[in-house]
Design a protein around this ligand. Structure first.
Ligand code: 13P
Length: 338
């Protein structure tokens, strides 16, 4: 079983491939639809996911898709369950299993991710529905006196408990501690906090006896806060991110799959490419598990209409193609026009 999990983890980070995060909860997807004037109903959300999951050729660059509970229970218009729509294209179905970031008691400006209660049974059900990997996202906010030790340790502990349960239930855990881009902090401060968070997370994974070969890490890139007066260059982000990962991520982890975290879609691709082009040891595969940076142009082109479905799929294909090249360090700006 351990061997099979390790090979699934390795396949999720196969050369030139990454993950499509399409696991927005109903409120989050509704917010994104609202911004574009698309009505959010169970059927429009289903149609949107079908548009993404049947995008021709995207499987060349997409190894896995993270779904949400509503989505894994839905079907394509010909009645095929979405997990099967994906696996028939050689894409691993994945599932978000946390129940959201909730206010942390005693620290009202911070959050702790919940969902451990009943998790074993939910994982077992998702595995029986075809899921092969799972995701749990912790969020860490930077401010003058934040993050608190309480926030980092509570979130790290939950990630460790979640990952151990996933491996017990035959699912590859994606461990996602996201240090948010919100705020005016510098890139240096982001590096310091990201390093401390990764240290706490790997300590918790060790304590919970998580097999590192059978998991993936989904971190933020090391980047200045969105309100920081000095934005870092692509090169600076790449250097700081790789340095931080080298210091804190054991080589036994097969892959690092970045979140995009609100970065502009072109920046997310350029940063990934620059990290992969840096010299020196990179003992893990370094690729993407983007949500917004893959989906935004597709959602905008689709607009909720049948007539523009093809345009939405082409937009997803383009971003997947460019990011697939970026995880090999082979992305060029000309690819955007192709
Ligand atoms: P973004 O790439 O939009 O940050 O989403 C990735 C994700 O899965 C967040 O949990």
């Amino acid at each position: 079983m351990t061997h099979e999990l390790a090979s699934t983890a390795a396949a999720l980070v196969a050369d030139g491939k990454g993950i499509l995060a399409a696991d927005e909860t109903v409120p989050t997807l509704t917010k994104r639809f609202d911004a574009l004037g698309i009505r959010s109903t169970e059927e429009t959300r289903r149609a949107y996911r079908e548009m993404l999951f049947t995008s021709k050729g995207a499987a060349e660059f997409i190894s896995g898709v993270i779904m949400y509970d509503e989505t894994i229970r839905q079907e394509s218009s010909d009645g095929t369950p979405f997990a099967e729509v994906l696996s028939s294209q050689g894409i691993f179905p994945g599932i978000k299993v946390d129940t959201g970031a909730k206010p942390l008691a005693g620290s009202p400006d911070e959050k702790v991710t919940e969902g451990l209660d009943g998790l074993r049974d939910r994982l077992s059900e998702y595995r029986s529905m075809g899921a092969r990997f799972a995701k749990w996202r912790a969020v860490i906010r930077i401010a003058d006196a934040l993050p608190s030790v309480a926030c980092v340790s509570a979130n790290a502990h939950a990630l460790g408990r979640y990952a151990a349960l996933c491996q017990e239930q035959d699912l590859v855990p994606i461990v996602e501690p996201e240090v948010l881009m919100d705020g005016s902090h510098t890139i240096e401060r982001c590096e310091e906090v990201t390093g401390a968070v990764l240290h706490a997370v790997f300590n918790a994974l060790f304590e919970q006896r998580v097999v590192l070969e059978s998991m993936l890490l989904k971190p933020n890139m090391v980047i200045a806060g969105e309100k920081c007066p000095r934005a870092a260059s692509v090169e600076e982000v790449a250097v700081a991110t790789l340095r931080c990962l080298r210091r804190h991520v054991p080589v036994a982890v097969p892959g690092i799959v970045f979140l995009s975290g609100g970065q502009d879609q072109l920046a997310a691709t350029a940063h990934l490419n620059a990290i992969n082009r840096l010299p020196g040891p990179k003992p893990w595969k370094i690729t993407f598990s983007y949500g917004r940076a893959l989906q935004d142009p597709a959602m905008e082109a689709w607009q909720g209409r049948e007539e523009t479905l093809r345009m939405g799929q082409e937009a997803l294909y383009r971003r997947a193609h460019c990011n697939g090249a970026a995880c090999l360090g082979k992305y060029t700006a000309e690819m955007e026009a192709a």
